[in-house]
Design a protein around this ligand. Structure first.
Ligand code: 5AD
Ligand code: SF4
Length: 495
């Protein structure tokens, strides 16, 4: 039973739940470019003297969406706080990729109920990928009436209007469009970093890997126009940013949907990035199927394009890959891998792997282990398969016992640790370029940053180095990071 203190509405009257079935459809309608973000007049300064907190779960796409929502809230006067107890608006920007991500969010919504009872004026919102799922909305409606506002990934630009309804209306506000999606340009962005920035190049995914919820929650693949991206990156360069990461769920499909731009792809865009005076350019996430020769050739030119490729493989077995709907075989992945490695010899490689997919046999798992050995990855994100309601794989029997899944994951992780240590050992006594990102999490006396190949480097130096590119000599290569000494003289010589 819902808590009576909060049960204020009969939702069924005006709420059309999102539909995963609808979200699956690709109608080939033209993508609308929306440029008319607006703030209702009476909302212009509504947040003055008030605070907001956005808690972000999941991928970089969500991190960047949070920057946009923060930008919108700051535009109407709100100030960021780190303390939930000081916040007048709390938004949970959620992730739906695996069940444990969702459980974490529900746990948190439960905790926030006490805060909401203490501060009835607090606006509590849920957005991001979970908001696109009808099961989630139904659960919030039934069990968490303390939530004031739910909005989807296609509704972010409507935040001022939605917040207005939540502040002045009596009902829970729910707006989730189950649409293929448009592109909204010129939204405010409160970037969290002053020298690293994310830049969306495309939205959505049309790959429909059978286990994945993303194509349903994020809509169809749609690319921003190159001119918009180039202009944004030039502006970041002008402001002194040192590193940008081009973002998309499947960046290798970039450009395919652009009208009148046949054959314009990620390779062309990266070539444009090389001409911009920004020291480091990265991109994520890649899909092996769409990774073309032109892109490899452009990456081979180096310059500001960083030598780190995140190339999710998911499984080393062609049979499993087929059922996952990945669109490539083990052999094609390996061919691509070696082609990139030959063209960009110093590149580091990382990957994503799922263990325990329905029917995965011991032999098929061994194929994953052998592929990992062959590729000698620098690192990997490894996951136990998690059925997502509405996806084709969720209709298959999840028949691998949890102990087997856990055992496979553990063996895989041990191998990944070994390979990471081995690849790090190659850096021993080398001088590397590090973008200094801040104090190390473990020790505020130590600075921390990444190499171009995305290795974490820790070293001692003055705080004034934060935000700068410096030279560090590696003195101790560990499993997951490199310790080093700042090469002050090298810096002086470069001046
Ligand atoms: N179960 C487990 N892992 C998943 N991923 C995506 N969907 C699932 C799922 N249902 C993993 C993939 C993907 C990464 C972002 O998350 O490895 O590359
Ligand atoms: Fe999900 Fe596959 Fe699209 Fe990646 S490519 S977001 S795993 S459907």
């Amino acid at each position: 039973m819902a808590d009576t203190k909060f049960s204020k509405v009969d939702f069924s009257k005006y709420f059309q739940p999102p539909s995963l079935k609808d979200a699956r459809r690709r109608r080939r309608e033209a993508v609308q470019i929306i440029n008319d973000f607006s703030i209702p007049e009476d909302m212009n300064t509504i947040g003055k003297g008030k605070n907001y907190l956005i808690e972000t779960y999941g991928c970089q796409m969500n991190e960047h969406d949070t920057e946009v929502m923060a930008g919108i809230l700051e535009e109407i006067g709100y100030t960021e706080t780190k303390e939930a107890t000081d916040a007048d608006v709390i938004l949970l920007n959620t992730c739906a990729i695996r069940e444990n991500a969702e459980n974490k969010v529900f746990g948190h919504i439960g905790h926030l109920k006490t805060l909401k009872l203490e501060r009835p004026g607090l606006i509590l919102g849920v957005c991001g990928c979970m908001a696109q799922e009808e099961v989630v909305i139904n659960k919030i409606l039934a069990k968490h009436p303390q939530v004031d506002l739910i909005f989807g990934t296609h509704n972010i630009h409507r935040l001022p209007q939605l917040l207005k309804e939540a502040l002045f209306g009596k009902e829970m506000v729910v707006e989730v469009w189950s649409k293929e999606g448009d592109i909204v340009e010129n939204l405010p962005q409160a970037r969290r970093g002053h020298f690293q920035a994310w830049v969306n190049i495309m939205y959505g995914c049309d790959k429909f890997c059978t286990y994945c919820i993303v194509p349903y929650t994020r809509g169809k693949e749609r690319s921003r126009h190159p001119e918009e991206i180039i202009q944004e990156v030039r502006e970041l360069a002008r402001k002194g940013y040192k590193e940008i990461t081009l973002l998309g769920q499947n960046v290798n499909a970039y450009g395919k949907d652009l009208p009148d731009m046949e054959n314009y792809g990620l390779g062309n865009l990266m070539d444009e990035m090389r001409k911009i005076g920004i020291p480091r350019v990265r991109f994520t996430t890649s899909h092996p199927k769409d990774f073309d020769d032109h892109l490899i050739e452009v990456l081979g030119k180096g310059g500001n394009l960083c030598e780190h490729i995140h190339l999710p493989v998911q499984s080393g077995s062609s049979d499993v890959l087929k059922i996952m709907g990945r669109g490539y075989t083990r052999e094609r992945y390996l061919d691509l891998f070696h082609k990139i490695k030959d063209t960009v010899p110093n590149a580091s490689f990382t990957t994503d792997i799922i263990v325990g997919f329905p029917n995965e046999t011991d032999e098929q798992f061994e194929e994953t282990m052998s592929l990992v050995r062959e590729c000698q990855f620098d690192g990997a994100f490894t996951f136990i398969y998690s059925p997502r309601a509405g996806t084709p794989a969720a209709r298959m029997k999840d028949n691998i016992p949890m102990e087997v899944k856990k055992e496979r994951l553990q063996r895989l992780n041990t191998l990944i640790d070994e390979l990471s240590a081995k690849s790090n050992a190659k850096y021993q006594d080398q001088v590397v370029e590090v973008l200094v990102e801040g104090e190390s999490r473990k020790n505020s006396e130590v600075l921390s940053g990444h190499t171009r190949t995305n290795k974490v480097v820790n070293f001692r130096g003055p705080k004034s180095l934060i935000g700068q590119l410096v030279k560090v000599k590696v003195t101790d290569a560990k499993t997951w990071s490199l310790d080093g000494e700042w090469q002050k003289e090298a810096e002086a010589a470069n001046l």
